[in-house]
Ligand binder design. Structure first.
Ligand SMILES: Cc1cc2nc3c(=O)[nH]c(=O)nc-3n(C[C@H](O)[C@H](O)[C@H](O)COP(=O)(O)O)c2cc1C
Length: 139
Protein backbone atom coordinates (compact mmCIF):
# COMPACT_ATOMS: atom_id res chain seq x y z
CA UNK A 1 0.00 0.00 0.00
CA UNK A 2 1.57 3.31 -1.03
CA UNK A 3 2.67 5.88 1.53
CA UNK A 4 0.57 9.06 1.52
CA UNK A 5 0.42 12.46 3.19
CA UNK A 6 -2.82 14.30 3.94
CA UNK A 7 -3.31 17.76 5.43
CA UNK A 8 -6.71 19.07 6.48
CA UNK A 9 -7.95 22.14 8.28
CA UNK A 10 -11.02 22.40 10.52
CA UNK A 11 -12.84 24.61 12.99
CA UNK A 12 -12.89 23.83 16.72
CA UNK A 13 -16.34 23.22 18.19
CA UNK A 14 -17.42 25.27 21.20
CA UNK A 15 -17.15 22.11 23.32
CA UNK A 16 -13.51 21.61 22.36
CA UNK A 17 -11.71 22.78 25.50
CA UNK A 18 -8.26 21.92 26.87
CA UNK A 19 -9.57 18.63 28.33
CA UNK A 20 -10.92 17.61 24.91
CA UNK A 21 -7.62 18.57 23.30
CA UNK A 22 -5.70 16.37 25.70
CA UNK A 23 -8.06 13.47 24.95
CA UNK A 24 -7.66 13.99 21.18
CA UNK A 25 -3.87 13.83 21.45
CA UNK A 26 -3.92 10.84 23.80
CA UNK A 27 -6.30 8.80 21.58
CA UNK A 28 -4.52 9.88 18.40
CA UNK A 29 -1.14 8.76 19.66
CA UNK A 30 -2.47 5.40 20.84
CA UNK A 31 -4.24 4.72 17.53
CA UNK A 32 -1.53 6.15 15.31
CA UNK A 33 1.20 4.00 16.85
CA UNK A 34 -0.85 0.89 16.01
CA UNK A 35 -1.67 2.17 12.51
CA UNK A 36 1.88 3.39 11.78
CA UNK A 37 0.59 6.91 11.24
CA UNK A 38 2.81 9.91 11.96
CA UNK A 39 2.13 13.63 11.85
CA UNK A 40 1.61 16.97 13.53
CA UNK A 41 -1.42 18.72 14.99
CA UNK A 42 -1.39 22.50 15.21
CA UNK A 43 -4.22 24.69 16.41
CA UNK A 44 -5.13 28.04 17.86
CA UNK A 45 -8.39 28.87 19.69
CA UNK A 46 -10.35 28.73 16.40
CA UNK A 47 -8.76 26.33 13.93
CA UNK A 48 -6.97 23.01 13.59
CA UNK A 49 -4.44 22.10 10.92
CA UNK A 50 -3.26 18.49 10.96
CA UNK A 51 -0.88 16.46 8.83
CA UNK A 52 -1.17 12.68 8.68
CA UNK A 53 1.32 10.36 6.98
CA UNK A 54 0.95 6.62 6.52
CA UNK A 55 -0.39 3.94 4.22
CA UNK A 56 -3.25 5.08 1.96
CA UNK A 57 -5.54 2.54 3.63
CA UNK A 58 -4.82 3.75 7.19
CA UNK A 59 -4.92 7.41 6.24
CA UNK A 60 -8.38 6.97 4.70
CA UNK A 61 -9.64 4.95 7.64
CA UNK A 62 -8.35 7.47 10.20
CA UNK A 63 -9.54 10.49 8.23
CA UNK A 64 -13.05 9.03 8.19
CA UNK A 65 -13.01 8.83 12.00
CA UNK A 66 -11.64 12.35 12.27
CA UNK A 67 -14.13 13.94 9.87
CA UNK A 68 -17.06 12.59 11.93
CA UNK A 69 -15.70 13.81 15.26
CA UNK A 70 -18.06 16.42 16.79
CA UNK A 71 -15.18 18.26 18.45
CA UNK A 72 -14.61 20.08 15.18
CA UNK A 73 -16.44 20.96 11.94
CA UNK A 74 -15.89 22.20 8.35
CA UNK A 75 -13.14 19.58 7.95
CA UNK A 76 -11.47 20.41 4.63
CA UNK A 77 -8.64 18.56 2.89
CA UNK A 78 -6.11 21.07 1.60
CA UNK A 79 -3.35 18.67 0.54
CA UNK A 80 -3.07 15.00 -0.41
CA UNK A 81 -0.26 13.18 -2.18
CA UNK A 82 1.56 9.89 -2.55
CA UNK A 83 5.03 10.24 -1.07
CA UNK A 84 8.35 8.41 -1.13
CA UNK A 85 9.27 9.11 2.48
CA UNK A 86 7.87 10.59 5.69
CA UNK A 87 8.67 14.10 6.91
CA UNK A 88 7.03 13.74 10.34
CA UNK A 89 8.24 10.26 11.23
CA UNK A 90 9.44 11.38 14.69
CA UNK A 91 5.89 12.00 15.95
CA UNK A 92 2.90 9.65 16.34
CA UNK A 93 1.10 13.00 16.65
CA UNK A 94 3.24 16.00 17.45
CA UNK A 95 1.51 18.76 19.39
CA UNK A 96 2.51 22.16 18.07
CA UNK A 97 2.28 24.74 20.90
CA UNK A 98 0.02 27.62 19.94
CA UNK A 99 2.84 30.02 20.77
CA UNK A 100 4.76 28.67 17.75
CA UNK A 101 2.14 30.12 15.37
CA UNK A 102 3.78 33.52 15.37
CA UNK A 103 2.87 36.57 13.26
CA UNK A 104 6.18 36.15 11.46
CA UNK A 105 5.41 32.54 10.54
CA UNK A 106 1.90 33.41 9.33
CA UNK A 107 3.28 36.25 7.21
CA UNK A 108 5.84 33.86 5.71
CA UNK A 109 3.13 31.56 4.34
CA UNK A 110 0.00 33.72 3.95
CA UNK A 111 -1.28 37.23 3.32
CA UNK A 112 -2.15 37.64 6.99
CA UNK A 113 -0.23 37.72 10.25
CA UNK A 114 -2.98 35.60 11.85
CA UNK A 115 -3.33 31.81 11.68
CA UNK A 116 -6.03 31.40 9.00
CA UNK A 117 -5.44 27.89 7.68
CA UNK A 118 -8.44 27.90 5.26
CA UNK A 119 -6.63 30.66 3.33
CA UNK A 120 -3.43 28.65 2.86
CA UNK A 121 -2.58 26.82 -0.35
CA UNK A 122 -1.90 23.13 0.21
CA UNK A 123 1.77 23.74 -0.47
CA UNK A 124 1.94 26.63 2.02
CA UNK A 125 0.22 24.46 4.64
CA UNK A 126 2.83 21.74 4.07
CA UNK A 127 5.75 24.20 4.13
CA UNK A 128 4.41 25.80 7.32
CA UNK A 129 4.26 22.39 9.04
CA UNK A 130 7.82 21.63 7.88
CA UNK A 131 8.93 24.92 9.42
CA UNK A 132 7.06 24.15 12.67
CA UNK A 133 8.66 20.73 13.03
CA UNK A 134 12.12 22.36 13.19
CA UNK A 135 11.23 23.70 16.64
CA UNK A 136 9.48 20.60 18.00
CA UNK A 137 11.29 18.01 20.11
CA UNK A 138 10.89 14.36 18.98
CA UNK A 139 8.42 12.24 20.98
C1 LIG B 1 -8.63 17.62 15.47
C2 LIG B 1 -8.68 16.14 15.68
C3 LIG B 1 -7.59 15.35 15.32
C4 LIG B 1 -7.62 13.97 15.50
N1 LIG B 1 -6.55 13.23 15.11
C5 LIG B 1 -6.59 11.88 15.23
C6 LIG B 1 -5.50 11.07 14.80
O1 LIG B 1 -4.48 11.56 14.31
N2 LIG B 1 -5.63 9.73 14.96
C7 LIG B 1 -6.72 9.15 15.53
O2 LIG B 1 -6.78 7.94 15.65
N3 LIG B 1 -7.77 9.90 15.95
C8 LIG B 1 -7.72 11.24 15.82
N4 LIG B 1 -8.77 12.00 16.26
C9 LIG B 1 -9.84 11.32 17.05
C10 LIG B 1 -10.84 10.63 16.19
O3 LIG B 1 -11.67 11.60 15.61
C11 LIG B 1 -11.70 9.68 17.02
O4 LIG B 1 -12.26 10.35 18.09
C12 LIG B 1 -10.91 8.53 17.58
O5 LIG B 1 -10.14 7.90 16.61
C13 LIG B 1 -11.93 7.50 18.13
O6 LIG B 1 -11.24 6.62 18.96
P1 LIG B 1 -12.07 5.64 19.93
O7 LIG B 1 -13.15 5.03 19.06
O8 LIG B 1 -11.06 4.69 20.39
O9 LIG B 1 -12.64 6.51 21.01
C14 LIG B 1 -8.77 13.37 16.07
C15 LIG B 1 -9.86 14.16 16.43
C16 LIG B 1 -9.83 15.53 16.23
C17 LIG B 1 -11.01 16.38 16.62
Amino acid sequence: MPLTRLIYVSTLSKSCDSVALKDILHKSREHNITSKITGLLSHNEKYFMQCLEGSREEINRTYNYIVNDPRHSKVTIVYFEEIHSRQFGDWSMGDVPQSHLTSLLNLQFSGSDEFKPYDLTGQSAYLMLLELKQHLPSE
